[in-house]
Write a protein that binds this ligand. Structure first.
Ligand SMILES: Cc1cc2nc3c(=O)[nH]c(=O)nc-3n(C[C@H](O)[C@H](O)[C@H](O)COP(=O)(O)OP(=O)(O)OC[C@H]3O[C@@H](n4cnc5c(N)ncnc54)[C@H](O)[C@@H]3O)c2cc1C
Length: 349
């Protein structure tokens, strides 16, 4: 291993801590800086779903992301002595005959074997919700208890590295050396989520601020340990609590809770079930999305050793573990990143 280097990571959300984990494992020193304004990684439902239901396709790079992510979360659980990773069955309640037809095509395709369960009579006659076209079960899905995960991983870094609870000030940064507040670093990685547009070094990149809200309901009669999906997801949290999500509002950098979202999600729940429920919580966050739905990763065009890791979008919990490993390899060994994620696809004007 090469001699230990010192990296500064700006932003300790999912992107920042995943990268920090890989760099530390390779024996490098870290300083993390986070201003506590996290509006995405701790709000997220943390679901990992290999299937995109609209046309029953596989999620981007699911075959690579999923095994790596599961090994990553299990490794963190073992090292930290906490439990936040939960395998779960997702039951898609079909919206149309066409959707059921797509599923039936895929269930005989070996490419989908590890994700799609062939429809049985029980799926067709499923009684746990309104079911006009039958249901299909997704295998190999899971969810991360996001607050628990972020809290414990950050605690680990607080004990083992330097963590600064403050805002990074660009006026105190010299990207040429690179040096921040009098300390020189071997590299700096910006993982600022939806705040990226405020970064003068990378504000030419199209990080969109996509607001999302979820509600948590108490519904003692629902009695399911599967995640149900049609129009919305219903994620069982235990003790008869269920998280319902999520809304999408583009170009909205606020985390205000709205009654419109509450109504929208209640209505969507009603598409699945008429059971009575009580609303117990509501959360709002801001996803860092991109116009082509691919992350934004790479080194600054003019300053070497200055990187960005952003644009994790709606599926960060699936992709961040492997993408952060690939970025770590790129930073340490110069190995190439996939063209699809490179920031060079968006030219500086
Ligand atoms: C309602 C909702 C539901 C979601 N559900 C899912 C889901 O089920 N599955 C899934 O995979 N994904 C989901 N997501 C998306 C997921 O949350 C994101 O993909 C991921 O968390 C983005 O992580 P990030 O680290 O890039 O950004 P963030 O989590 O936003 O982290 C960025 C960090 O940088 C810090 N920061 C920014 N600027 C500065 C600065 N100048 N100085 C210091 N610190 C700074 C912030 O405080 C923050 O902690 C959901 C998101 C929302 C909003």
């Amino acid at each position: 291993m090469s001699s230990s280097k010192h990296y500064l990571i700006v932003g300790a959300g999912l992107a920042g801590i995943s990268l920090a984990w890989h760099l530390r494992k390779r024996g490098h020193r870290l300083t993390l800086i986070d201003n506590g304004k996290n509006k995405s990684s701790v709000i997220a439902a943390g679901m990992i779903n290999p299937i995109v239901f609209r046309r029953m396709t596989k999620s981007w790079r699911a075959d690579e992301f999923i095994p790596y992510a599961y090994a990553f979360y299990k490794e963190l659980e073992a090292e930290l002595g906490v439990n936040f990773f939960h395998p779960i069955t997702i039951r898609r309640i079909f919206s149309s005959e066409q959707e059921r037809g797509f599923w039936e095509e895929r269930q005989n395709d070996s490419e989908f074997e590890q994700y799609i369960t062939p429809i049985t009579a029980d799926d067709t006659h499923y009684l746990g919700g309104h079911n006009p076209y039958g249901t299909g079960r997704v295998k190999n899905a899971s969810y991360i208890e996001t607050q628990n995960f972020i809290h414990n991983v950050r605690n680990f870094f607080t004990q083992n590295c330097t963590v600064l609870s403050e805002s990074f000030e660009h006026s105190a940064f010299d990207p040429k050396r690179p040096n921040y507040r009098g300390v020189s670093y071997d590299g700096v990685v910006f993982c600022e989520g939806f705040c990226a547009p405020e970064n003068p070094l990378f504000n030419h990149l199209p990080v969109q601020q996509t607001k999302g809200e979820t509600i948590t309901i108490y519904c003692p009669d629902l009695k399911t340990n599967e995640s149900l999906n049609r129009k919305c997801f219903i994620l069982p949290l235990g003790k008869d609590l269920y998280r319902i999500g999520a809304t999408y509002v583009w170009n909205t950098p606020t985390d205000e809770l709205t009654s419109a979202a509450k109504e929208e999600l209640s209505e969507k729940f009603r598409v699945i079930s008429d059971l009575p429920f009580e609303m117990v919580d509501q959360k709002a966050g801001i996803r860092p999305t991109t116009p082509d739905r691919r992350p934004l990763i790479g080194e600054h065009a003019d300053y070497s050793n200055i990187y960005i890791f952003n644009g994790l979008g709606t599926k960060g919990y699936m992709s961040a573990p492997l993408l952060s490993k690939e970025l770590c390899d790129h930073i340490l060994n110069g190995s190439s990143l996939s063209e699809e994620v490179l920031i060079t696809r968006f030219k500086k004007r």
